[in-house]
Design a protein around this ligand. Structure first.
Ligand code: NAD
Ligand code: UGA
Length: 335
């Protein structure tokens, strides 16, 4: 199998490349990105071809690579809420426009597409568990720019679905629910909101800074270990039944409030020598979202996936509990 992984130098892309190079010696990977630091340890492997392409600019070059592969994973996107509110047009240009070109190239050349949707498409849906085929996508008013990411992804989901019906595009949409693990984000970035929450709080601990609970930290997420995420992607790749389907890929048993996440991380941090001088300085404080992000931020108060479809169709069930996931991630950053 020849895979084209666009955004291969990112969090999910780097783990996907790593897994394939270790476990499927007969698959060929073309890794496209503008940064390859997270896959530096894989460079030089025969199975891996690395190509630097800015997908905002070099769309024709990218199309040539789509033409040459069997399966495309378009993983390049902005996936950080601070940028949704600070630079929404950049999110639209990359997450929607640039990815739309890849989708169209897959349609034109008859390639299989495995596309990352997101748990964010459900937005503020009130269902106790989000279901891929019945839950509504609920976003806020236009002035709440946070939703530009959710809307960009939702629109692509709809476009891909329509190409499937009209042109027979072979596709699978997967919706990660807060995947976490080694190489998630940059621990040295000390900007508030510079990283997704788990790395943000670890960075706060590393730098002896206050942990900020946005609007009290009562929001709930279901954190999912990256290894469980990757095993779902491999099941999708190897399955004959994943075509035309949307799958939530999350761990409903790892439901946790942001407040509890902060408490857990502070307890776990005690074990690392590298943190002993800073962890004692960290306080947990509450911050209004207008101050932390912007007035155009709005939050999802509870986000829990139904994973019945992935369990039934893919025979996939997440294995890693919250504690082990946080330990593994902290070991990577702090040992
Ligand atoms: P990431 O930010 O870690 O990786 C994105 C990669 O895209 C980076 O390596 C970046 O350099 C690359 N990129 C950015 N602009 C580019 C450009 N112009 N040209 C080429 N490459 C460019 O993101 P991730 O966490 O790996 O997420 C991958 C995909 O999964 C994204 O579409 C994201 O929206 C989606 N997703 C992720 C999660 C999660 O929990 N991590 C949740 C839901 C959806
Ligand atoms: C994220 C991002 O939109 C995407 O990475 C991804 O597509 C999506 O989750 C997903 O998994 O599908 P969110 O979970 O809101 O969205 O992003 P985080 O930045 O990780 O924040 C989680 C929660 O922690 C939010 O409620 C946020 O307000 C809160 N938070 C964040 C704090 O309380 N303090 C902080 O310092 C940072």
């Amino acid at each position: 199998m020849r895979l084209l992984i666009v955004g291969a130098g990112g969090f999910i892309g780097s783990h996907l490349c790593e897994w394939i190079l270790k476990n499927r010696k007969d698959w060929q990977v073309t890794a496209v990105d503008v940064s390859f630091t997270k896959i530096e340890h894989l460079l030089g492997e025969e199975q891996l071809r690395v190509i630097e392409i800015d997908i905002l600019k070099d769309r024709d070059v990218l199309e040539e690579h789509v033409k040459e592969c069997d399966v495309v994973f378009p993983l390049a996107a902005i996936a950080n809420p601070l940028i949704y509110v600070k630079n929404p047009l950049k999110v639209f240009e990359l997450d929607f426009e640039a990815n739309l070109s890849i989708v169209r190239a897959a349609v034109k050349h008859g390639k299989r597409l495995i596309f990352p949707s997101t748990s964010e498409v459900y937005g503020m849906c009130g269902d106790s568990e989000f279901d891929e085929d019945t839950s509504c996508c609920v976003t806020g008013p236009i002035c709440k720019q946070r939703w530009i990411y959710s809307c960009s992804k939702q629109m692509l989901d709809r476009v891909i679905y329509a190409y499937g019906l009209r042109d027979g595009l072979r596709y699978t949409l997967f919706r990660p629910f807060n995947w976490v693990g080694q190489r998630l984000d940059n621990i040295y970035d000390t900007t508030n909101g510079g990283s997704r929450v788990v790395v943000q709080f670890m960075s706060n601990i590393l730098h002896g800074q206050d942990i900020c609970l946005v609007n009290g930290g009562f929001q709930i997420r279901c954190f999912t270990d990256i290894s469980d995420g990757i095993s779902a992607l491999i099941k999708i790749l190897e399955s004959d039944c994943a075509d035309g389907q949307i799958f939530n890929i999350g761990n409903p048993l790892n439901e946790c409030s942001i407040r509890t996440l902060a408490d857990n991380l502070l307890v776990l941090a005690q074990k690392y020598d590298s943190l002993k001088d800073t962890v004692c300085k960290v306080r947990i404080v509450q911050v209004d979202s207008n101050e932390y992000y912007d007035k155009s931020y709005q939050d999802v108060s509870r986000r829990v996936p139904s994973i019945k479809k992935a369990e039934t169709i893919l025979s996939w069930t997440p294995q890693i509990n919250l504690h082990d996931m946080l330990r593994k991630t902290m070991d990577f950053y702090f040992e």
